[in-house]
Design a protein around this ligand. Sequence first.
Ligand SMILES: NC(=O)c1ccc[n+]([C@@H]2O[C@H](COP(=O)([O-])OP(=O)(O)OC[C@H]3O[C@@H](n4cnc5c(N)ncnc54)[C@H](OP(=O)(O)O)[C@@H]3O)[C@@H](O)[C@H]2O)c1
Length: 278
Amino acid sequence: MTASMRCGIVLHPAGHTRSPAMHTAAYAALGLDADYRAFDVPPADLPDAVARLRAEGVRQFAVSIPHKESMMNFVDELEPVGRAIGAINTVTLEGNRWIGTNTDWIGALRALERAGPVDGRRAVVLGAGGTARALIYGLRERGCSVFVLNRTIERAQSLVDELGATEAGPLERFPDLAPELVINTTSVGMNEDRSPIDAAWLSKGMTVLDAVYAPEETRLLADAKAAGAHPVGGKWMLVHQAVEQLRRWTGLLDDAPAEADYARMPEIMANAFDAADR
Ligand SMILES: NC(=O)c1ccc[n+]([C@@H]2O[C@H](COP(=O)([O-])OP(=O)(O)OC[C@H]3O[C@@H](n4cnc5c(N)ncnc54)[C@H](OP(=O)(O)O)[C@@H]3O)[C@@H](O)[C@H]2O)c1
């Protein structure tokens, strides 16, 4: 048995998070002695909270809303991907230094790849907030053309300029673009029966990922299924970004898990996500 690991997630409010259940299931399946807790940290408490985590022996933690951007100010080193995206969701104490990085982008790519290849495809990202930034970065890394459509066009335009996407526009541009990949990063559909786009704009062969994961089948995903497109739930983005965190943290151990062990983790974490919902 490896020495006990103390991990967690820093967010606010903490009520709804399923991350502790997902990570705890993964550690148990790997036979690792670890605990993973939710730390509810209001924005004003963030500087003290980071110091407190260190004092309590927490050496690795996830970062969620609303701290993904502000946490960049409290790490000793930002990995280039975190700097490029402008947000971090993963912090690891290496030696005496907190290192910040981002796994949302790779989680989203792995989720899309569950439905088919991503490289070089024509993609539409709906939304221009923090999650859109991670998606645009990832899709550009894979050589995709990326159209960013948002209610507030100026926000989409600044992401296009900053992250080197193809073009910005309003949501109504969608039908002209004939995308192969569609990713919703707006909050539309969260705990409501609403889609950010018209169902008639979706068609057979498209892959549609909704970052929203509550409900599990959003209106957008139901419309995608009805249109013969490939729907991918936000649960899978959440699961795959968590697997990449796990890889980062356990990969540093003397007896790090084997690749075959990591390959089992998405299903294990997804089952824990489902169970936490009941
Ligand atoms: N599955 C995962 O692993 C994962 C990871 C991260 C986030 N998420 C989810 O992704 C969603 C977005 O998170 P975020 O942090 O990127 O949020 P954010 O930074 O607040 O951005 C919200 C986006 O939604 C748009 N929007 C909000 N209300 C709208 C409306 N009524 N009509 C049209 N557009 C609207 C905003 O448009 P404006 O610019 O016009 O305001 C903006 O583009 C959340 O539901 C979050 O839970 C999931």
